[in-house]
Design a binder for this molecule. Structure first.
Ligand code: SF4
Length: 166
């Protein structure tokens, strides 16, 4: 079963600051699964490096902005759509995404004040994947599942855990 993974967790230097965030628990999956790296923000046409952005939820809609209020919502939505299309094409039913990101965050995201504060919510691509029926976990949730040896989080596929905990 191919698994979609945030490309920065695989060591791709695609973050806004040009760096990556390789995750050992995720990298170990390479031994047993085909991993499909996705970076929704670069798929949406944003460059590396790029201006950091956060989600601001208004009464009417969700926006993704930089600290000066510059609006990049369209690029984030385009990236989420391309990510979902790619993940579907490759047949992935599970995605392990980077925590807290305005694209990939799963359960908590930065609150739009650029202060490091978090609020409950989902990144734009994580939300789109969930709505498309893909199970989504972040790397910390995934690592916690592996450590516990059981599917504590509803998005963790027991089959993956069984394969990787050996
Ligand atoms: Fe990583 Fe997702 Fe940000 Fe791309 S959009 S750098 S995959 S967290």
């Amino acid at each position: 079963m191919p698994i979609a993974v945030s490309a920065c967790l695989l060591g791709e230097p695609c973050r806004f600051d040009g760096e990556s965030r390789p995750c050992e628990a995720v990298l170990r999956l390479r031994a047993t699964h085909e991993l499909v790296g996705v970076c929704p923000e670069t798929l949406g046409g944003l460059p590396v490096p790029r201006t950091p952005r956060e989600i601001v939820a208004t009464e009417r809609a969700l926006r993704v902005v930089d600290a000066d209020g510059g609006d990049a919502t369209d690029a984030f939505l385009a990236g989420a759509a391309k990510t979902t299309e790619l993940v579907r094409e490759r047949g992935c039913t599970l995605a392990v995404l980077k925590a807290k990101s305005p694209s990939c965050g799963n359960g908590f995201v930065y609150d739009g004040t650029f202060s490091g504060a978090l609020v409950p919510g989902y990144g734009v691509a994580a939300r789109a994947l969930r709505e498309a029926g893909v199970r989504v976990v972040d790397e910390a949730q995934f690592a916690a599942c592996l450590k516990a040896g059981e599917a504590r989080h509803p998005g963790c596929a027991p089959a993956v855990l069984a394969t990787t905990s050996a």
